[in-house]
Design a protein around this ligand. Sequence first.
Ligand code: PHE
Ligand code: ZN
Length: 906
Amino acid sequence: MLQMPDDRENGQMPAAVINRADYVAPAYWIDTVDLCFDLDPAKTRVLNRMKLRRNPDVPAQPLKLDGEELNLARVLVNGQGTSFRMEGSRLVLDNLPDDFELEIFTTTCPAKNTKLMGLYVSNDSFFTQCEAEGFRRITYFLDRPDVMASYSVTLRADKALYPVLLSNGNLVEQGMLEDGTNGPRHFARWVDPHKKPSYLFALVAGQLVSREQRITSRAGKEHTLQVYVRPGDLDKTEHAMNSLMHSVAWDEARFGLPLDLERFMIVATSDFNMGAMENKGLNIFNTKYVLANQATATDTDYSNIESVVGHEYFHHWTGNRITCRDWFQLSLKEGLTVFRDQEFSQDLCGEASARAVKRIEDVRVLRTAQFPEDAGPMAHPVRPDSYIEISNFYTVTIYEKGAEVVRMMQTLVGRKGFASGMTLYFERHDGSAVTCDDFAQAIADANPGSDLSRLLPQFKRWYSQAGTPRVHAQGVYDAAARTYTLTLAQSCAPTAGQPVKEPFVIPVGLGLLGADGADLPLQLAHEAAAAGTSRTVVLTQASETLTFVNVDAEPVPSILRGFTAPVVLEFDYTDAQLLHLLAHDSDPFNRWEAGQRLAVRRAIKSIAAVAYPVDAAPLDDAYVAAMRSVLHHPGLDAAFKELVLTLPSEIYLAEQLDVVDPQRIHAVREAMRQQLAVALAGDWQQVYETNQDTGAYIPDPASSGRRALAGMALSQLCLAAMTTGDTVWPGKTLQRFKDAGNMTDRFNALSALVSSGHPLAAQALTKFHAMFKDEALVIDKWFGLQASAPDRGGNILPAVRQLMKHPDFSLRNPNRARSVISTYCQANPAAFHRTDAAGYVFWSDRVMELDAINPQVAARLARALDRWSKLAEPYRSAAREAIARVAAKTDLSKDTLEVVTRALAD
Ligand code: PHE
Ligand code: ZN
């Protein structure tokens, strides 16, 4: 049985564990689904008429349909009343013919749907969210991705309140109905020509307006692209539409995958649990990833919109045309689609340096979010073996590590080989529901003789083994033999249920730098001649040795260039070697990485020192001088400089330590920031002045980079002013805040005042709120900025409590709740981890409160204490107690229960 009856809603049974190994094909197939909705916020009536047939490949058995929070009115088999029974919340029918029509009539109450799964109301419009298991909240169904059916949908609603009626596929008919009690009613009928799993079903109804674009594909076909938003937001849809057009062109150019739908729609809603959803032909987006204009959105927003629009569009092929057999295969679509959206964004960058910046940003996400996940209580393989609530597995491991696994495949077969692999994947599996194995097999089979095809079974350990591998490297130079020997040893710490890990296939990008900073030609001992200056070696053993010959002097190794594998690289670099790499490495990723290593090393030294309070000057002259020369380097982009000058985050630093004192980490990092601010004050001024854009606002990588670096400079100048007493720069910052021509500059100026703790921050915050009081996404930023401000003497928690009393605050809107609560608990460690445990008490109250409203949002917040067992006392015990307090609540959702139960088991 794939699922157990779930009676937890009634507080009885322990939550069932679903195991990958228990997969069995469905007992019935559903060929067609005809849905008719009478939309009403208080009571929506759903008539579901399906054609089913028994699956001859599995033993005859009753039909068990998933359902959740539905009111069942009628069940007919072939037009006749029939007996049925309930098993938990499932509808069970016995003694069915082999082929039959099933008609089910149910009602639901979308207005009361605060979970935002299934059919719900947001700002008086209807939206649906069905992935992963939301369709069962709309009607009884075999709500699993391997059941693919043809859908036709009729929507009926009040015409004045819901003028726009959308569903998947093509609009085939629309017209008026008899008047209802509130006035004229109308209908629309949609037919989706493609079969799809239920999780890709969608409908939207409401007062919406759209930006429309007609495009002609390379094949000469016409398509209509639409972006639907609330009236008043149309001026914020241009960038999303441009991103969509770029996405269509890119997928066709890079992978030969055309748009095959006549009509492709994006609809934005401000109430959404996640970022966006790839429903067939009708993507539904969180407004955060659609709406942008220069007055309200930052450069980061612009680039996120581009990625997310691309991501959802790319799902059309990787996810929708080929979907997942079961939810354990989630990374089949998500890892691959993240990889595709990362490549898309890189390809749009054009310039190599901008591509590198994007790569560094992606790796930073992986290392600050996925590595901790892989080392904590929620660690799971890219293809998990079990879960209680699938919603909990929309994780950075499935998404970002999954993308790295796909990237390694591309590295092993080459870019062209990977594209052929994709072609074979579609030849074999288009229109079906498959597994991660099927994907890897296709890429390997299209590349016979490649390292991937040779090593496929071992490579697939990336799918089955959790945890982040460590590669320990050691180099020995032999002057007499003129050889440089590099030993690379891999290991991976145990994770729950996986005490011993087998070696992974690890592609490692490598180069050697000479004393002048140039790359040396590379020649291994068994090679006849040197070939190239950078190459990828493929590790398969626990330990391997590479001997480079004809090396005239001890080189500096540049290892894991481009971050070719999601591993931790350990190499005992000297400071001089790191400074050399920072100054010269031809690989931008490792050049940046060298700077990070220098900073991490200094931070850790100060954190570990006995001195209390922390050393006011953790940085030495060499480091400061290196940062200064990066700032003034004529050959480096502003965006790259900003990345180098950004110190490793507190979360990243915490992961480098066995025992974590968040207060001390914060104090040390702040001391470092302060020191850079003062020591480089003159440099920051110059940087600020030379990175001003005066022309029209363009969110391209080059100008975004300049704005980012100028923003950093301002922030540093305000910070320096706090110790020097300078009033000029804070004043300039306030002025910049007032007359900025775009949100990026305005928000950077505001952040500079807030993060330095300058008294001018208060008036700027007030003004900002007044300016943007009607812009929900900007107000989210306003809340978030205050919740993430550096803690000074425990001031943030009271401020957060105050923010929750603000009239604009709402616990029900996920974006708003996250802007205050998740920002505080997950992005402001020193404010959250308080010695008086008040942060944890706040957290447990909010988790429990949110759990009753929206379990998915609650369960994500619950993960804020994932790493509790690494904390120093008194944090550790207090954190555990707070988790136990949540776990003890009797009517907890299985979402939150799974997270806290796993945390306590850590
Ligand atoms: N499938 C969506 C995406 O990645 C994410 C999502 C999952 C959205 C579950 C809503 C619910 O593209
Ligand atoms: Zn996705």
